[in-house]
Design a protein around this ligand. Structure first.
Ligand SMILES: Cc1cc2nc3c(=O)[nH]c(=O)nc-3n(C[C@H](O)[C@H](O)[C@H](O)COP(=O)(O)O)c2cc1C
Length: 297
């Protein structure tokens, strides 16, 4: 099980120690051309989480390759590059340029940003084009805002995705208390944080059962138990997002809590919990639950 950051929620170059407390670093989404991002205000708090409308601000793939990547390499961490775009060719071009970069461990295809115009092509067309362009492991990052996420996941799998990242933020709105106008510059934004957790759990469970693909689970993780829940639902790895803004020590804290929560269930490693939400409890033994087809005692 890898503990990662969620794309866009950590700047590893300004906070290298936080990045090094993770098992790998996921970049902010990179697009073909540089992007300033959306009009401020871009972040707002709500009662149940955070709204953002960053709009994929990033240096573009040219500067990313010449300036950011060499600096990120110095972290000595596995690097996952998040790739975005507005057409299938955008994804394919960036993937082919990353293909020869030995220090790039994996590519996450962001096909689900709620803050920019969605690509007109389908997830499966984008994944298929990216698959043609690179031999790197491809993780498709999906939106929970679809009627049947299991079908989207199966389409991504059929098109060549090696894994799934679940979930991206959900489109949401906050109004200013006084003016009753949108709090964010562009109007609506993406909701992240605690409200997303049950939605993320359902998406992970559905896609795990639909595809059996490895999954990076994310959405509202604040504690080690939240991570254990995502693993039980079917996540192989977990990413921390919004929590990193308020608690840069979260990776170390959450990892300690995770191992303690796993031990409370009688597991020596959190990986033993993988998918147990979908198994039958067969016996209670020594105060621990024993699940069908599991070796743990
Ligand atoms: C400020 C901010 C920026 C984000 N930028 C990106 C991004 O560039 N690409 C992406 O795929 N997801 C982006 N996300 C979504 C996160 O990666 C993650 O999917 C989402 O926040 C859910 O996790 P959380 O509830 O733990 O934050 C961003 C989220 C936030 C809060």
């Amino acid at each position: 099980m890898l503990l990662l950051n969620a794309s866009g929620c950590l700047d590893a170059l300004t906070a290298p120690d936080v990045a090094r407390s993770l098992d790998g670093f996921v970049t902010k989404t990179v697009t073909p051309l540089p992007r300033e991002g959306n009009t401020p205000v871009r972040i707002a708090e709500t009662d149940v989480g955070m709204l953002n409308s960053i709009g994929l601000a990033n240096p573009g793939i040219d500067r990313f390759l010449t300036r950011n990547l060499p600096q990120l390499e110095k972290l000595g961490l596995p690097l996952w590059v998040s790739v975005g775009g507005f057409a299938t060719d955008d994804y394919a071009d960036i993937c082919s340029r990353l293909d020869d970069e030995a220090e790039v461990t994996a590519i996450e295809l962001n096909v689900s940003c709620p803050n920019v115009d969605a690509p007109t092509e389908s997830t499966s067309q984008i994944v298929a084009a990216a698959r043609q362009a690179t031999r790197k492991p491809l993780w498709a990052k999906l939106s929970p805002a679809v009627p049947e996420i299991g079908e989207v996941a199966r389409a991504a799998q059929a098109a060549g995705a090696d894994g799934l990242s679940l979930v991206n933020t959900l489109r949401a709105l906050k109004l200013d208390r006084q003016t009753l106008k949108p709090a964010l510059g562009p109007g609506q934004g993406g909701l992240s944080g605690p409200a997303l957790k049950p939605i993320a759990l359902a998406a992970v469970a559905t896609c795990f059962l639909a595809t059996g693909l490895p999954i990076v689970g994310m959405g509202g993780v604040q504690t080690g138990f939240d991570v254990l829940e995502l693993i039980a639902a079917g996540a192989s790895h977990v990413a921390l997002g919004t929590v990193l803004f308020s608690d840069p020590g979260a990776p170390t804290r959450v990892r300690a809590e995770l191992y303690a929560a796993a031990a409370e269930h009688g597991w020596s490693t959190p990986d033993d919990a993988h998918g147990v939400a979908h198994r039958e409890v067969v016996v209670h033994k020594d105060n621990f639950l024993v699940y069908e087809q599991m070796n743990s005692t």
